[in-house]
Design a protein around this ligand. Structure first.
Ligand SMILES: NC(=O)CC[C@H](N)C(=O)O
Length: 430
């Protein structure tokens, strides 16, 4: 079903031959311009694809968000932010521009920032060779297989790297780089020359969507906090001077590369990758952009368009039993975050139960985030303070220690409540 959909989408864009492969890196101009592929990788590691899935292309700028993640993981946020900002530049990827005063590159997605983040990968003592190995090993962990450098593309770019060298020399003059600019550009160019397939790219994106854990290998590649930073920067700066258009039309954090690759990471859902070498004036794959626009609208993937989280949190609010043994049961469901928990607070606290007891049934809740946990504990505390008995039905322990030490009973199932009078509720030590 999904591969059929992907094949159909590829068929629809195949006739668009506008744009041209990058030629400022001569070797890239030799790519077959008709290559076309697309893949989805889910956060549990399933990969669906169609078209040219296993053709290798150089990763180019798609390496930037991943190396930024490695630098954050290896050096910490302060050290990285001191040298590279997070503001969209609204300029081309290879613009020779640095922040006025500090000399910091505006963000890690433009070349100035990416040359700098390359220099920040690994620990500070590493020499250029060991640092490159850290980058190759790190990107390989994102992909779930060992990636190799395309020496031909790398040499071809290095012979023509005047612009990146100019950028690196400027970085050196501002003290942002504290090494030989030529070595930094050489390392960065090798990083850009790593060979990947559309399948690899989808899995790399899925690792970001999966909070930094590769869904296939199970390896935690970078900490969650780094992933949040990377996805934020991708969504504001990933598409350079087309970032605004992309954010409104597609709404998926993304990154393009001049070899024709394009990735998007939809947090918690999937990684998407496409490949088609003809580029538009921003250096982004023409058919890749069309495919992402289509995926986003066909599958409701725009991040600013999400279903209401609160409405479904309370599945039912009803009374079981009669008279003195009547209990109000709040049956909750799904994944509860702030807005859902707020709905629960309103149902539980503002409609103070007339019944002596209240049960909060979490049987159908599969996750509570931190704030939702705190809010539910507060609900239990207040209802207890109001003189009601509170029972939490929580077979999967989604809400550890709901009474924070006292006053709340935890049971495994609602059926246990029936035996309340006999006082045989199963209490589990928590
Ligand atoms: N946008 C890109 O993919 C650019 C990467 C390329 N290696 C460069 O530095 O020019």
């Amino acid at each position: 079903m999904i591969p059929d959909y992907l094949a159909e989408a590829l068929g629809d864009v195949a006739s668009d031959t506008s744009g041209a492969p990058a030629d400022y890196i001569p070797e890239l101009a030799t790519a077959d311009p008709d290559l076309l592929g697309a893949a989805f990788a889910t956060v549990d590691g399933e990969v669906y694809g169609a078209g040219d899935l296993d053709v290798e292309l150089t990763i180019q700028s798609i390496s930037k968000p991943f190396v930024y993640a490695l630098a954050l993981a290896d050096r910490g946020f302060d050290a990285v932010l001191a040298k590279v900002g997070v503001e969209p530049s609204g300029e081309a990827f290879n613009e020779i521009s640095l922040e006025r005063g500090s000399g910091r590159p505006l963000n890690p997605m433009i070349n100035a920032g990416a040359i700098t983040t390359h220099s920040l990968a690994g620990s500070q003592e590493l020499d250029a060779g060991a640092r490159l190995e850290r980058v190759v090993a790190g990107l390989s962990a994102f992909a779930g297989r060992r990636l190799e450098i395309d020496d031909g593309v790398c040499a071809s770019e290095l012979e023509n790297a005047h612009r990146n060298l100019a950028i690196a020399h400027m970085l050196r003059s501002h003290g942002i780089l504290d090494e030989d600019p030529t070595a930094a550009v050489a390392g960065y160019t090798r990083q850009c020359s790593l060979l990947v397939t559309v399948r690899d790219l989808a899995l790399m994106a899925a690792t970001l969507a999966n909070r930094g854990v590769n869904p296939r290998t199970g390896e935690r590649v970078v900490p969650e906090r780094a992933v949040r930073q990377v996805l934020s920067v991708m969504s504001t700066c990933g598409m350079y001077d087309a970032a605004g258009d992309w954010a409104t039309q597609v709404g998926i954090p993304a990154k393009s590369g001049v070899a024709g690759g394009l990735i998007g990471a939809l947090p918690g859902q999937i990684g998407i990758a496409t490949y088609s070498p003809r580029l538009d004036s921003h250096g982004t794959s023409v058919r890749g952009v069309s495919l992402f626009e289509r995926f986003s609208s066909d599958m409701g993937m725009h991040l600013m368009e999400v279903p209401p989280a609160a409405r479904s949190a309370v599945r039912s609010n009803h009374v079981v039993g009669t008279g003195a043994s009547a209990i109000r049961v709040l049956q909750l469901q799904g994944e509860i975050r702030f807005a859902g928990a707020e709905r629960v607070v309103r149902e539980a606290v503002s409609t103070v139960p007339a019944e002596a007891g209240m049960a909060i049934d979490l049987t159908m809740v599969h996750s509570l985030d931190d704030v939702a946990r705190r809010m539910l504990r507060e609900v239990a505390r207040r209802v207890t303070l109001d003189g009601h008995e509170v029972v939490v039905v929580d077979p999967e322990s989604v809400l550890p220690d709901p009474g924070e030490g006292g006053g709340v009973t935890v049971v495994d199932s609602l059926a246990c409540l029936g035996q309340q009078e006999g006082d045989e509720r199963r209490q589990r030590p928590r």
